[in-house]
Design a protein around this ligand. Structure first.
Ligand SMILES: C=C(O[C@H]1C=CC=C(C(=O)O)[C@@H]1O)C(=O)O
Length: 372
């Protein structure tokens, strides 16, 4: 991706310190940054995904909606593509008030403390799995790291674009959500007119140098099949002419996942919010049975997922929609970043392997931070 002018880097940095609402994103296999910005007021907040029916804009939805973490919708007063047009669009902006600086610095935890905490959560999760109360539960964690003095969000966005051509890269800021940067491999809903697409993505292995490993363990195959079954069942309620491709091995940075593509037809696009409400959270980020798993995770995970494992992207019922699950992401707070990752746990899982998998997933963001 071409590097924008230095003034643009500084301008975007300033905007992340204000009460402006904007997103810059880049779709997989494209080289085109897209800016969506609200020129006045703050992003709309919603309490339910169904409220997105018929709406257009850039969406950031949390894993769990709470008063602190609403669904936000950035009104697309400005949409600009490519750096020169983005630079022009940002020239005559009104002055936005400064963001509340209410984020006290988090103490940076040692790896030993983080691992002990993870192991305790793993124990809470594995017991009901072994008792067959759940078929699958996704356990996630987060950790906070200090950023370099000269950290610039747009630099990191560009590093992510250059490092991860297959992923959807985003930098999103609203007063309600703060600043999020991510690099996600997982579509939740994309398409236009009658043609729609979603995926079942689960199971993880590291790349072997430049070679994609393709021998999948039974555990990985099972955890992906749960996601596939759930998506198939959900999509059948809304769409017709469902076709499926996979599971096949798909690369995501230095990892590979098992992926099934689902293509289907929608007669009308005014109810995309209903589909999202039914799909989210899929067993790729939650578990089965869904409602009980959701309750269990929010009560027992021991952390706040905020916008990690929620939904991020562009929604347009009359044009093209590209919505993703917000994975491999981080929340920027002052001079710190909080990175998030999780993984599917089955009764056969072991804590060490699952911990290692979250490390590898967090490396997606960690690696580009160290490039800055
Ligand atoms: C929950 C995450 O990944 C999901 C997507 C692909 C593979 C996954 C897994 O192997 O567990 C997860 O379901 C994450 O990146 O935090």
């Amino acid at each position: 991706m071409t590097i924008p002018e230095k003034t643009l880097q500084a301008q975007i940095h300033e905007l992340t310190l204000s009460r402006c609402s904007f997103a810059i994103y880049r779709l997989p296999w494209t080289d085109e940054p897209i800016l969506v910005m609200q020129q006045e007021g703050e992003a709309q907040t919603l309490q339910q995904l169904t409220e997105l029916n018929g709406k257009k804009g850039f969406v950031l939805a949390p894993f769990q909606v709470t008063p602190q973490h609403p669904i936000v919708l950035i009104r697309p007063d400005i949409v600009a593509k490519e750096w020169p047009a983005i630079g022009t669009a940002l020239k005559d902006l009104p002055q936005f008030p400064a963001a509340d600086n209410t984020c006290p610095s988090e103490p940076v935890q040692t790896e030993t403390t983080l691992k002990e905490r993870y192991e305790a959560a793993f124990d809470r999760f594995i017991t009901p799995l072994k008792e067959k109360k759940f078929q699958k539960l996704v356990l996630s964690r987060h950790y906070t790291t200090d950023l370099k003095e000269d950290f610039r969000p747009l630099d990191t966005f560009i590093q992510a674009c250059n490092s991860y051509p297959r992923m959807m890269i985003s930098l999103c800021h609203t007063p309600q959500t703060g600043t999020w940067i991510g690099s996600t491999p997982e579509i939740i809903l994309s398409g236009q007119e009658e043609q729609w697409h979603t995926v079942a993505l689960a199971g993880t292995m590291p790349m072997q140098g430049d070679v994609m490993p393709t021998e999948w363990s039974q555990k990985n195959q099972e955890e992906q099949a749960y996601v596939g079954d759930y998506i198939r069942k959900t999509i059948k309620k809304f769409g017709s002419k469902l076709t499926e491709k996979g599971p096949y091995t798909a690369r995501a940075g230095q990892l590979v996942h098992l992926k099934t593509d689902f293509h289907f037809m929608l007669k009308e696009t005014g109810h995309l919010g209903d589909i999202l409400h039914e799909l989210h959270p899929t067993p790729a980020v939650c578990g089965l049975p869904k409602e009980q798993a959701y309750e269990f995770i929010t009560a027992n995970e021991g952390g706040d997922r905020c916008y990690y494992s929620g939904i991020i992207g562009w929604l347009d019922p009359t044009g093209h929609t590209s919505l993703y699950v917000n994975l491999r992401c981080m929340h920027i707070t002052g001079h710190q970043a909080t990175l998030y990752a999780g993984g599917g746990i089955l009764a056969s899982s072991t804590a060490d392997t699952e911990w290692e998998e979250t490390q590898q997933k967090m490396n997606t963001m960690r690696n580009i931070l160290s490039l800055n």
